[in-house]
Every structure is written in structure tokens, then in C-alpha cells.
Write a protein of this length. Sequence first.
Length: 219
Amino acid sequence: MATVLDSAHIEHCRHRRMFHWTAPLCTINFESTQPPELRADQNDSLRGGSSPRMFTCGDAENAFKVRLSIRTALGDKAYAWDTNEEYLFKAMVAFSMRKVPNRETTEISNVLLCNVTQRVSFWFVVTDPSKNHTLPAVEIQSAIRMNRNRINNAFFLNDQTLEFLKIPSTLAPPTDPSMPIWIIIFSVIFCIVIVAVMLLILSGIRQRRRETFRPLGKL
């Protein structure tokens, strides 16, 4: 059964520095694949006139699980995953969502994390800043795919060490060449023409030499 949590309770639990919290509203099983629920009534960005709604962070349609292999990627230079790194992750997700049409008002507070484990893995959902519900998973997936490289670079990771488990990896967007394509094409054609002219000149020189040294009897 999922445990009811909000961002304030999660922060309180984290400060206890325990891996299996037993305080009220702080029981999290790290081995469980179903993360706890996030309660929207204590999140200022989710307040509204209607009664509070429960957001299930493990909802298969609207939530995504993230797994990071920081030590695998960076070795001795690995950094610790803390609240600052979580803030950066939320900021990058909010940044990605703001590039989606009609989602330009997405704020960091609309990105909610839950079931954060020490290894590091967690689930996240993105809530609608104007309505009391989570954003569709298809929009989140599109935003993450479009900005995957920006997110990876923010954490010095790649698609293999920063995994969005339900979002397939994408190829890096083609980079613009430093030299315009038309110059490259012109240079190739120019080189071909120069080589052809040189071959013609050499062929003519060889032909003249043959005619010059041809025996008189064969004229």
C-alpha cells in the first residue's frame, strides 16, 4: 500500500537520515516498485477551490521513474545526490516543460519527487499549474526527449547513466557545422576540377614527349 506523503513530509523524513523511516507518514520501503502518494493539499502550487486531490506518484500513465548511476559515470569524481541536486533536476524538468506549447507557465514547484532512494532512484510527476491534476505522460515524454542532452549535461551523465525508464533514449540532435554546407560542396567540386585539369596537362605532356622521341622511320 502506498504511503501518503507531501513534499514537506518528504523533506522532514530526509533530515532524519534514516533509510527506513518509522515515524508517522514517513514509512518508505526502498525495495518497493510502487512509490508513495503525494498529497496536494499542502503544496501551494496545487491549492484551489476544490477539495484536495491525491496524486499517485507511481501512476503508470503520468509518472516516470528515474535511475542515476553517478559513481559508475564519474568514479572518484562522483558527487553526492542531495536536495540541491533534486532542485536542479526539478529545474531541468520545468525548463523542458516550458518549451512545450501551452506549458510555458510550468514552475519548479510543479515538479514533485517521491520515493527517493539512496542508490539513486526516484519517481516524479509534473502537475498542471492552473488545474488540480498531473500533466499527461505523453507531454512529459515529449519534453524530456527534446531536451535529453541538456538534462544529461547538467548532471555530467548520459542516456546510460541517467535513465528515464519509460522514455526511450534519443540520438543527439545534429550539430551545425562550423563551415556552411555550400562552401564544403564547392570545395569538393573545385578539388575535383583541379585534379581533372592536372591529369589533362600531364597527359598532354606525355603525348608530346612520345611524338618528339618517335623514330623517324615510323613517321
